[in-house]
Design a protein around this ligand. Structure first.
Ligand SMILES: [Zn+2]
Ligand SMILES: [Zn+2]
Length: 458
């Protein structure tokens, strides 16, 4: 089979892979690079030649996996877009939001390429989208008109436990199989339970490596981490400052809200309103509505009933009083410019009463990454629009990740025991860690780190 990594960068970047198997072609993911701007952020679809693909399959609805889907549909106009049922409920909302964000960035930052696609275009491609249950074999070629009746390989979605609707994707050809992990989580989160990849066996695997440069600390448990967070929130409230927990709108926000709701129910946190973003509110509603058919804990917990959720209005992040122990669970996780998290943080960084608590991955080159890296009292450039700021507030990191720990991923590699493994969706040091470990433990497995747009034959 042939596999091409279409990520425009060598870092974690945008997830997108072209796979050719038994004379059939499929695109796995069509993400947008979170740090790049304009067309530079999109996968390199133009490097795939002039052939169409039979189908596009999406692992989950995070922007770095789905944000360039309309561009993929433009490049492969006959392809149907296959995803899980739960992703089907989310995908259009994510993409319409992207149009809004890009339009704002064009106006405020002068990025002329934006928006890369429009609301109308989304409405035009929406009929190509199809949602499937987990663990069903789907003949992906059958969706392409010109190839109807030609037997094709199949694909199957496996619950990845990372965010609502997330999936690993297994491709079964005549002779060989290929498994794409997508983003995966092998431990239970507060709501979502761990991935169900038990039955996965594959000859070739494309694996995410997000946490390859990070070992789990000795004695670490998620419960202890949550206790530490509670103490930090209490300390912030004693100072009468506020707490900002920057979180991606889909997944991270709902996991944090669930944790806060349970802590309030147990009396460990005082009952108080929680400020969230508009998109976070929409996804919270979907988490509540779909609670019964998701592999999760606390399926009777309705976040909207358990918590007093207040949606932050436009401009409020710039003007509201930052006192009284308010808690914000606000997008975006990397604090990119033009987000509420960025605008709140800009006001909080220089104030020692305030607290900013990170609970997930932040790219070192993002505003969140720079804030994490800065020392107390250090002056640094937070973002082009915020300029130089001096770090006075309490910044802490809590490991409540939705990505698999590297040891768990290694165990998974051993279970799948592919003959070749392609490392992706991680920074170079993270990929190198996996490459070295796999070489040492299973020297027969061929480890490949595919460079952008280079076709790999395995
Ligand atoms: Zn993700
Ligand atoms: Zn990702």
């Amino acid at each position: 089979m042939n596999i091409t990594n279409l990520n425009p960068d060598t870092d974690i970047g945008a997830s997108s892979w072209l796979v050719e198997m038994d004379n059939h072609r499929i695109l796995l993911d069509a993400g947008m690079h979170p740090k790049r701007e304009g067309r530079e952020a999109a996968p390199q679809f133009s490097k795939t030649g002039t052939h169409d693909v039979d189908a596009i399959a999406i692992s989950h609805c995070h922007h770095d996996h789905v944000g360039a889907l309309p561009l993929a549909c433009r490049h492969f106009p006959k392809a149907h877009v296959l995803m899980t049922e739960l992703s089907y409920l989310l995908v259009e909302r994510v993409l319409h939001n992207s149009v809004n964000v890009m339009t704002r960035q064009r106006d405020e930052l002068g990025i002329k390429d934006y928006p890369l696609y429009t609301h109308d275009e989304l409405d035009e491609i929406a009929p190509l989208f199809q949602g499937f249950k987990y663990n069903r074999a789907i003949e992906w070629g059958a969706f392409h008109k010109a190839r109807a009746g030609v037997p094709s390989p199949t694909l199957e979605f496996f619950d990845a436990g990372h965010t609502l609707g997330s999936a690993g994707i297994l491709l079964r050809g005549k002779k060989e199989t290929m498994f794409f992990t997508g983003d995966v989580c092998f431990h239970d989160q507060t709501l979502l339970k761990s991935a169900r990849f038990e039955d996965v066996k594959a000859d070739v695997m494309i694996m995410e490596t997000t946490r390859g440069n990070r070992a789990v600390a000795e004695g670490f448990t998620r419960d202890k981490e949550i206790e530490r967070l509670v103490e930090a929130i209490h300390a912030a409230q004693k100072r009468k400052g506020c707490v900002l927990i920057p979180s991606f709108a889909l997944g991270r926000t709902q996991e944090i809200l669930a944790m806060l709701a349970l802590l309030m129910r147990e009396g460990k946190l005082k009952k108080q309103p929680i400020y969230i973003g508009g998109l976070g509110r929409v996804f919270t509603e979907i988490y509540d509505i779909e609670a019964h058919r998701v592999h999760r804990s606390h399926s009777a917990l309705q976040l909207n009933e358990a918590l007093q959720l207040v949606v932050l209005e436009k401009g409020q992040a710039d003007s509201m009083k930052l006192s009284g122990g308010k808690i914000f669970v606000i997008t975006a996780g990397m604090m990119s410019e033009n987000t509420a998290a960025h605008d709140l943080a800009k006001r909080m960084i220089g104030d020692e009463r305030q607290s900013i608590f990170f609970v997930g991955y932040a790219d070192p080159d993002s505003p969140a990454g720079r804030l994490k890296a800065a020392k107390l009292d250090e002056t640094f450039v937070f973002s082009p629009s915020a300029g130089r700021v001096t770090k006075k507030c309490d910044v802490q990191e809590f490991d409540l990740t939705a990505h698999a720990n590297r040891e768990d991923l290694m165990e998974f590699v051993g279970r799948v025991s592919p003959r070749a493994i392609l490392l992706g969706h991680g920074d170079e040091p993270a990929r190198n860690w996996f490459a070295a470990q796999i070489n040492e433990r299973w020297p027969k497995i061929k480890v490949i780190q595919p460079q952008p747009a280079k076709l790999v034959t395995v």
